[in-house]
Design a protein around this ligand. Structure first.
Ligand code: ZN
Length: 93
């Protein structure tokens, strides 16, 4: 839903997968054995202008800051699927 006008007129768009941290929270509860805590939940502003909710990996939680450059990576899940998460931008392909 558009945060400005609440329109649900949406479309798919391709993105490169790079952006910056808009905001974040370190989740401590409720705890589940599938996760290690705290879980960094981030709002990422993609370079194309779309804001997405995801998780941040490969970083000490104390190093997270607003404006941090990040890039997408994929965490495997069950059944040979994967979910997009973000890590600090390295410049690696
Ligand atoms: Zn709108």
């Amino acid at each position: 839903m558009c945060p400005d006008c609440h329109s649900v007129d949406m479309q798919w768009t391709e993105v490169v997968g790079t952006g910056t941290v808009y905001s974040y929270a370190l989740l401590h509860h409720p705890q589940h054995p599938a996760f290690s805590y705290p879980v960094p939940a981030v709002l990422v502003d993609l370079d194309e202008g779309v804001r997405v909710l995801s998780n941040l990996v490969d970083i000490d939680p104390e190093q997270i800051r607003i404006g941090l450059p990040v890039e997408v990576t994929f965490e495997p899940t069950s059944h040979d699927l994967a979910v997009p998460v973000f890590r600090p931008r390295t410049g690696r392909p």
